[in-house]
Design a protein around this ligand. Structure first.
Ligand SMILES: NC(=O)c1ccc[n+]([C@@H]2O[C@H](COP(=O)([O-])OP(=O)(O)OC[C@H]3O[C@@H](n4cnc5c(N)ncnc54)[C@H](O)[C@@H]3O)[C@@H](O)[C@H]2O)c1
Length: 263
């Protein structure tokens, strides 16, 4: 895959999980990275690990909450100050919320999920797109979910916001394709990250491993996804090799979202 030397990519939610995996994929190809997260300790730990593994790449950390517009402005401004330009955005930070049937779903949790998963992605595009326009174009990858193309029991807020991410992605691709900006969303199935480990705890608090095994047994591949697979897909979509994929919601789920009944 093409080299990212001299390219600057912003990754939100970079401290762990799918954000960290994409940071590894991009740093291994020489990208300069702005790592954004609201968890300062985990962010510093992630940066130190990445610096040691990938000494060729440069890393800027910005502690920011993507649901706060001023924070998003700040991570964009600091990136331009440090690296001079922006080539791509991996708009990844998101939360699951709490699992509950629709009529019992806590409204404060619902609003928080909307603020982070929907508004956070919108603010990211709102402030990065003008920088990509100045730079003659660029790439955006938003993180939706299989919950952005299908329903998921007891996750009404998550599913609503991930469908919104899919919609905003299509709109951004339509509105800014003329500026050489390609925008896509990925729709991961169950990839074993801290967020998914937490979801299995909610399903089976006394033995989350049972929930994990049961979930994996329903996938056509009989396994959960590896964050590295997602990192590689994201790196492709952000690379120069992607010349014409835009406005798509790309499932990365072992084929599970095509299934009807048991496989
Ligand atoms: N893991 C999966 O199987 C899976 C499946 C589908 C979609 N996703 C999506 O992928 C993205 C990453 O998920 P993950 O599994 O890596 O989660 P994770 O919880 O393991 O990591 C998320 C990271 O984002 C950060 N973060 C959360 N809210 C933030 C905010 N408001 N501002 C800044 N940083 C914030 C967290 O501190 C954490 O470092 C999410 O949008 C999630 O919905 C994950």
């Amino acid at each position: 895959m093409s080299n990212f030397k001299g390219k600057t990519i912003i990754i939100t939610g970079a401290a762990m999980g799918l954000g960290y995996a994409a940071a590894e994929a991009l740093a291994s190809k020489g990208a300069n990275l702005t790592l954004v997260d609201y968890n300062n300790d985990s962010l510093e730990k992630a940066k130190n690990e990445l610096k040691e593994k990938y000494p060729e790449s440069k890393f800027l950390t910005v502690v920011a909450d993507v649901s706060i517009e001023e924070n998003v402005k700040k991570y964009v401004e600091e990136t331009v100050k440090e690296f001079g330009k922006i080539d791509g955005l991996y708009n990844n930070a998101g939360i699951e919320g709490k699992q509950a049937p629709l009529i019992d779903y806590d409204i404060d949790v619902f609003k928080k999920v909307v603020d982070i998963n929907l508004m956070g992605v919108h603010y990211g595009m709102k402030y990065v797109i003008p920088e990509l326009q100045k730079n003659g174009g660029g790439k955006i990858v938003n993180v939706a979910s299989v919950g952005g193309i299908r329903g998921v029991l007891n996750q009404t807020a998550y599913v609503a916001t991930k469908h919104a991410v899919a919609g905003m992605t299509k709109n951004a691709a339509l509105e800014y394709g003329k500026d050489n900006i390609l925008t896509n969303a990925i729709a991961p199935g169950a990839i074993l990250t801290p967020m998914v480990a937490e979801a299995f705890k909610q399903v089976n608090p006394s033995d989350p491993k049972v929930a994990e095994k049961e979930y994996a047994s329903r996938n056509p591949t009989r396994k959960l996804g590896d964050p590295k697979d997602v990192g590689n897909l994201v790196a492709y979509l952000l690379s120069d090799e992607n010349g014409y994929v835009s406005g798509q919601v790309i499932a990365i789920d072992g084929g599970e979202s095509n299934m009807y009944g048991n496989s």
